[in-house]
Design a protein around this ligand. Structure first.
Ligand code: SF4
Length: 457
């Protein structure tokens, strides 16, 4: 691969050093995937729901301008202040200025992948503002100074013993404790104090409704509600694709979201925010940050339909065995590998290659995004733009010539088979990256074509 700061394959090697952990990670996510299958199969109308969701999002992407303006007008009528941010920097500056104006230096935050994308925590820390993440998984990785490794299950790469060690170090729990109830209680006591003492709360937005000017936040722990209801200022950060036209459409998405994410019939808390309570300020920051560019790429615009359920990660054989951190991007896995090159092609040119293109991601996606097709298309764009390394590019050009000519195919495969029989070490050696994790079988004497001609009777 050409000039990268990080590389998925190299980062996966690090994760793969601990084989039992990789097996456990793989099995855990597959278990979540199976729960999703059972939940989906309980609904005879599942495919109709997926189709409806995809069509609604298609309509949204074609009418974003009017829907967003309608939403802004309605939200303002409801007493919500609406801000627009062209990029991550503007988003972070807006959040900071709101806190600064009120003299607030401590904020609680419920899980928001958009703020991860914008690196909000680091930005606010540099301004002297402390941010406490209140989603349990998010808080665990925050204490460990790690980014989330999954969009729905941020600490899925960690075992109970890792959490026990982290809580012992930061929250003073007993050394070696691994009982989930004990550890959860410790987190609950720790977070209770922050809920009660922080004056500002930031939440994400799962769905914003153009018709009503309200928005919905889905959590399983109720932490968004706790934060938003107790704080004197509630800031909601929203990628502009989160808009849906009508409140009626919520039923479609809420039925799909958690079934796809964790196999639950519905999220424990789907909280509707429409207006600030008396005395409270409510702000919503609508963020572009590359989304307009993606909307303008016909092959990739469907990626903006994503409702961030994580199903494509749970099913992906590469994600399950390489871990979320190997994707070096806020959103990991198959959908992250489509979104990341849009943000920075040079830095993320490796990610569309982190896929077997098996299509399992597209099969489970509740909004029917053609994920594996888009990954394949990104590979072509990246090659055309010069982000694919010379060796790979030359060998694929050669392969395409050989595969396009029956004569060349026959000659070269006969030559390769003979060479492999005489000197197998020429291919099976540590200099050949392909063979490092694979064993080439012994080359047969005859080609399949020769075998067929001899045995077809
Ligand atoms: S791409 Fe589809 S499956 Fe993946 S997170 Fe988004 S909605 Fe879920």
């Amino acid at each position: 691969m050409s000039p990268h700061t990080l590389d998925h394959a190299a980062a996966s090697e690090v994760f793969n050093r601990d084989e039992p952990r990789v097996d456990w990670h793989d099995e855990t996510l597959w278990w979540v995937r199976q729960k999703r299958d059972r939940a989906a199969m309980q609904l005879p109308e599942w495919e109709a729901l997926r189709e409806a969701a995809s069509q609604i999002k298609h309509h949204v992407l074609s009418n974003l301008d009017t829907l967003l303006e309608n939403f802004e007008r309605k939200a303002q009528e409801n007493g919500i202040t609406v801000h627009w941010a062209a990029n991550a920097q503007e988003h972070n500056e807006i959040v900071w200025s709101l806190l600064h104006k009120k003299g607030i230096d401590r904020m609680i935050k419920s899980k928001s992948m958009l703020t991860e994308e914008c690196h909000l925590n680091d930005f606010l820390r540099s301004k002297g503002i402390e941010v406490i993440d209140t989603d349990l998984g998010e808080r665990i990785v925050q204490l460990r100074q790690e980014p989330p490794s999954h969009i729905v299950l941020p600490a899925i790469h960690l075992k109970k013993s890792d959490v026990g060690d982290t809580f012992h170090e930061h929250l003073g729990t007993e050394k070696g404790a691994t009982d989930p109830q004990y550890l959860t209680e410790a987190a609950r006591q720790h977070l209770r104090e922050t809920f009660l003492t922080r004056r500002a709360a930031l939440t994400g937005v799962n769905f914003a409704i153009a018709e009503t000017g309200g928005f919905v936040v889905c959590t399983n722990e109720g932490n968004a509600d706790m934060g938003a209801h107790l704080a004197e200022i509630h800031i909601a950060s929203m990628g502009f694709e989160k808009i849906i036209p009508r409140a009626d459409h919520l039923g479609v998405f809420l039925r799909l979201l958690t079934r796809s994410a964790t196999g639950q019939p519905v999220t424990a808390y789907s909280s509707h925010f429409h207006r600030p309570r008396p005395g409270q300020e409510m702000h919503i920051v609508i963020v572009d940050n590359g989304r307009t560019t993606q909307l303008g790429r016909p092959d990739f615009r469907n990626s903006l339909k994503c409702i961030r359920c994580g199903a494509c990660m749970n099913t992906c054989p590469v994600y399950r065995r390489s871990g979320g951190h190997s994707y070096h991007n806020a959103v990991a896995g198959p959908i992250g590998s489509i979104l990341a090159p849009n943000l920075d092609m040079r830095k993320n040119a490796d990610l569309p290659f982190a896929s077997t293109l098996c299509g399992s991601c597209s099969n489970v996606c509740p909004v029917k995004i053609d994920i594996h097709d888009q990954l394949y298309k990104w590979r072509q764009v990246l090659a055309q733009e010069g982000y694919v390394g010379g060796i790979k590019k030359t060998s694929l050009q050669l392969a395409s010539k050989v595969l396009a000519s029956p004569t060349l195919f026959k000659l070269s495969f006969n030559a390769a088979r003979t060479a492999l029989r005489i000197a197998p070490w020429a291919a099976n050696n540590p200099l050949n990256a392909w063979s490092i994790h694979r064993e080439l079988p012994d080359a047969p004497k005859d080609s399949f074509r020769q075998w067929w001609e001899k045995n077809r009777k």
